[in-house]
Design a protein around this ligand. Sequence first.
Ligand SMILES: [Zn+2]
Length: 467
Amino acid sequence: MKNIKIDELFKYTKAQFDKFKDHRGANKQYSIGDCVQSGLAVFSLKDSSLLSYNNQITERLENLKRIYKINNPPSDGQMREVLDEIVPIQIERVKREVIKKIQQKELLKEFEYFPGYLLLAVDGVHHFSSKSVNCVNCLERNHSDGTITYSHSMLASVITHPTKKIVIPLCEEPIVHQDGQTKNDCEINAAIRLFDKTRTRHMDLKFIRLEDALFANGPHIQKIQSTGDKYIICVKEGSGAGSVIKQYEHLLEITDAERLANKKAAAKAHKLYKWHGIEKPVADKPVVKVLELKEDKILKVYHYVNGLYLNEAHKEMKVNFVHYEERSITTNKILKRFDWITDISVTQENVEKIEKAGRARWKIENETFNTLKNQGYNFKHNFGHGEKNLCTNFALLMMLAFLIDQIQQLSNEVFQKVLAKKKWKKYIWEDVRSFFRTLPFESMDMIYKAILYGIKVEYLAIQENSD
Ligand SMILES: [Zn+2]
């Protein structure tokens, strides 16, 4: 099995953090590497707060040294001070190199969905909110009672796969406040920065971008295609590509009328089709094709049509369309409905695969951000805000810790067995913290083995007079 051991990764991150630029003066009690690695250890061990980290330094001293390579752990105050000054891109570069290791072991190949392509989704999350604490980068929301809410959010691009529970967070981009911009502007601009960042940092990967209806517009689609990527974008009526749904509905009316040999209805539908200004190319006439699959009491209906145009402003831009709905066989009620546009040519053979990819976009919410919030990473807890980069750097270190854990779930057989035994990650972290605090271990892998197989203590001594 291709394995990337967690202990190798900790050794690697520490060596990289040691090389970070240090802007402090001569009087440095703690090395920069020890400070940044301690930040990573907080999220790796899933401490509930920096106070909790601080209170256990003495008991954990030896294991922090052996496992995380932290020679002299800083107090929480010192850690905050150092992390506030660090330029976030330095942490991002370390994460980029960790992802390269996954590539070198060919582990990303497991995520390939269409030959040569990975599915990439983007989502955002708030990770800080306060009515009083703020910094220059905070997003501000003014309330009618005159108060202001300050917050920090981040967008993340994540490799996902419909059949996998694991996701690979590739790049992050903070949504930061810029003068004269609304919150919505900030989010769209952050999405554009994230798009460029993901593309330039991972030139060797090809993506099928799974995106929100907000991005179903001509310039954005042209940008995706100019990079060699493909897309599956959600469409909604009234959005930038809402015209596609109208084209589809009229074509469906024609298809239905023609299928039922209802000449009158077909003529009416054709008229409407013309009235809406929908062009009907002579060659390659778009036709709605239907695929129906039964599963228990559900009828899964796929409609697809190739060769529609994006919208009135971009009639030259051809898009393919997939409509998916689930109906109750007993009541015929529509239970779910989704519509997408894509530049993948849709066929009876791949329509289901495209639908599953389109719906995998929501996995990022379930598998990434819910895991961070509910499985022990304390994503929403406030570890400190700082005046410059602390808030962003903590979020980036948490994503790095999350990535390292995902790599274990992907490639470490012992960790996989531990997860199968414990069912929930939060129970694994509880055991890790408990072993880490009380017994000397040589590696994190050894702790995983201790959780899996149990430990045998030959001799137990109480040190009554020890400090
Ligand atoms: Zn702030």
